[in-house]
Design a protein around this ligand. Structure first.
Ligand code: HPA
Length: 271
């Protein structure tokens, strides 16, 4: 491992940028960047300046790391992520998570956009991830002999906090299983019918590699998806990235509000 790809090197740099030592990190996926409006920023750094962090190339993913406080809770925020479909290796896609673990983060909240497979879900809904199905055809731990237990990837205490946060802001919060595909194409209706049979409630192109690596390093993980569209074959329209981003944007303020309440409850819980 050279210095560029050593998560300790990135973590050491993060420790120099801010005196904040948050325990909670939040990865902001499509639409969730509105959470930054409520963040009292202590320091920020573009991913390009952090050794080993790949720069996202997809619209809607900024590529900035922030130290700040949501309310009075210190947080480390990753605004934007890189995806496997952008052509990065799994090691690169999950590098930030290993850097966060090396930095001392304990709890990781992963946010994303996803297509709704569960027939009850509507665009603009939010779903707490209760479990996942890795359908990406590869694994970020490949090449290691880490036989990580996946019985409970998504921490039940963090899930409870998310549900409590949703009650506080009077938001309906769905719960369900996230199935991750490689992308970048959207699915065929036949694939979606198959995924429904497998027990998936939502489908997306991220989150799972990060969650797996976070569990490898012992972080507690939580996930929320903004349901941006009915999955392929379930809606009247064909799918487009522009429509996904538009719905994510429209729902963004509610998502940001949920994150703010979650951070507040997290801070209270931590006292
Ligand atoms: N499929 C996969 N990823 C997605 C979708 C979808 O329908 N919507 C948002 N991200």
């Amino acid at each position: 491992m050279n210095q560029e790809t050593n998560p300790q090197t990135a973590a050491a740099m993060l420790k120099k940028v801010s005196r904040f030592r948050p325990k909670l990190a939040i990865v902001l996926g499509s639409g969730f960047h509105h959470a930054l409006e409520a963040l009292s920023v202590d320091a920020q750094l573009p991913y390009g300046k952090i050794p080993g962090f790949p720069k996202p190339t997809v619209e809607g993913h900024a590529g900035q790391l922030y130290f700040g406080a949501l309310g009075s809770t210190p947080v480390l925020v990753l605004s934007g992520r890189t995806h496997f479909y952008e052509g990065h290796s799994m090691e690169r896609v999950t590098f930030a998570v290993r850097a966060l673990a090396a930095f001392g983060i304990c709890d990781l909240l992963l946010t994303s956009a996803a297509g709704g497979i569960n027939k009850k879900f509507r665009p603009g809904d939010f779903m707490v991830i209760t479990d996942h199905i890795n359908f990406m055809g590869t694994n970020p731990l490949r090449g290691t002999t880490h036989f990580v237990d996946m019985t409970q990837v998504y921490d039940s205490e963090l899930q409870k906090l998310l549900l409590a946060a949703a009650r506080e802001c009077k938001m309906k919060l769905r719960q369900g299983v996230y199935l991750a595909v490689c992308g970048p194409n959207y699915e065929t209706p036949a694939e979606i019918r198959a995924f429904a049979t497998l027990g998936a409630d939502a489908v997306g192109m991220s989150t799972v590699p990060e969650a797996i690596v976070a569990r490898q390093w012992g972080l507690n993980v939580a996930g929320i998806s903004c349901i941006t569209n009915p999955a392929a074959g379930f809606g009247k329209k064909s799918l487009s990235h522009a429509d996904v981003l538009e719905t994510a944007e429209r729902a963004g303020k509610s998502g940001a509000n949920l994150l703010q309440h979650f951070a507040k409850l997290y801070g209270e819980d931590d006292q």
